[in-house]
Design a protein around this ligand. Sequence first.
Ligand code: SF4
Ligand code: SF4
Length: 492
Amino acid sequence: MTPQPLLKLKSIPAQPRSATDLLRWPLIGAFLRWRHARRSLQTLLLFASGFIIFDGLFGPQQAPKNLATVTAWIHYRGFVVLALLLVGNLFCMACPFMLPREMGRWLGARLGWQQQVPRAWRNKWTALTLLVIFFITYEVFSLWASPWLTAWIIIAYFLTAVVVDTFFQGAAFCKYVCPLGQFNFFGSLSSPAEIKIRSADTCAACRTKDCIAGNKFTGQRGCELWLFQEKKVGNMDCTFCLDCVHACPHDNIGLMARIPTQELWSDPRRSGLGRFTQRWDLAALVVVLTFGAYLNAFAMISPVYVLRQNLANWFGLTSDIPGLLLIFLLGLTVIPAVVLAGTGFFSRLLAGPAGEPLGLVVRRFVYSLVPLGFGMWLAHYAFHFLTGALTIIPVIQAYLNDSGFHAGQPLWQLGPAVPLDWLFPIQAVFLYLGLFGTLVAAFQIAAGHYPNRHIALRAFLPWGIMALILLVAALWIMFQPMEMRGTIFVGL
Ligand code: SF4
Ligand code: SF4
């Protein structure tokens, strides 16, 4: 590695040291700063994915006994939301799809196939469509119950990542296609840490801007997702890849602790994204992931089966699938449109005669729903994780036994990680936290837009009431008997 010329470093101010910078922490910081940390994590998960796919295709086809269904639908989802709650987008950091993506990049560049993503596709609509398709197919085909289908979904994911990055430059797959990535970006808006510059003065004095342009001396690329550190705000679109950290020649980027949800309170122009209030696609992503959280949980409770059957009878059909599709159509489009338009209308009415377009009012406040939506995902995934966390032990035992190793008699009686009467209180805490985040964000948005506190309070009121109603709906859903998918244990 060629050292950088000293002259360039002389005028750069020294960075302040901060205990809230995770990259400065002993051990964990040292590991993350290690150039090969990310590749090591990705390789580990890639190998794990190989075993999961193999068991999904060739292993036992009962969901609670198969590595694919247990890891994908219980552990992966549980760990992802926990990481988002405690730190940030750690799954994208360790994403196993990155290595095939790199292969596609390399191949496309070598063969001259790569081109820029067309302007019309540089938004979240493709990923949003895939998310909706996933939510529906998850229920229609009972994906959680099929190791074989789960394995094929993972394979399809790998193939799509390779194909997209073979033909398109930058991190096209992560930024515009990957539904999991969008879920992580959404969740990380409420996370307590973000990749951020340590000193604005250092950036102002920096001439090379390697964090975006790439470091010529080390060959380290800059941010593939077009997030320029000096203008980057918050976690949207950040994969925590740390490319910028390694590219910056002045060691000016950290993984900083922050107040969770703070980035939702204002609407600055963000590098690589623009203003949130000008993006219908981002607003739609928030709507789908918030109301999708409700639908996803609603689809697993007892009343929904009665509703599906009633709808089938009403239509005079033998199948309850059309009823399910109707529930999704209403839940992801009609209900959010009516609720948000109504709330925005009253918010505008109470705030006074400014006469702003209703769409703008909705886009301003809709981001305040993120904490509650994330709280709902947390509460839901916590249920599955806490009721099935220990299932992984007998599943691995059985896998090893089938592979010729002697791992003892599988302990199929294992399942829940906590007593079952703890579940609802834990879920309720996540939902209350979500509500608190949403109320704070909605009020801060109102206060930031309306200088007069009384007007701000009036504009906030309908959004606060809507959040309370959503909380009641969430508590009602969590209070219903929920299917314990992917676990043998039947103690409820
Ligand atoms: S973060 Fe970017 S702009 Fe700031 S010092 Fe580093 S390379 Fe320069
Ligand atoms: S390079 Fe971009 S995506 Fe990666 S951590 Fe830095 S800002 Fe985030």
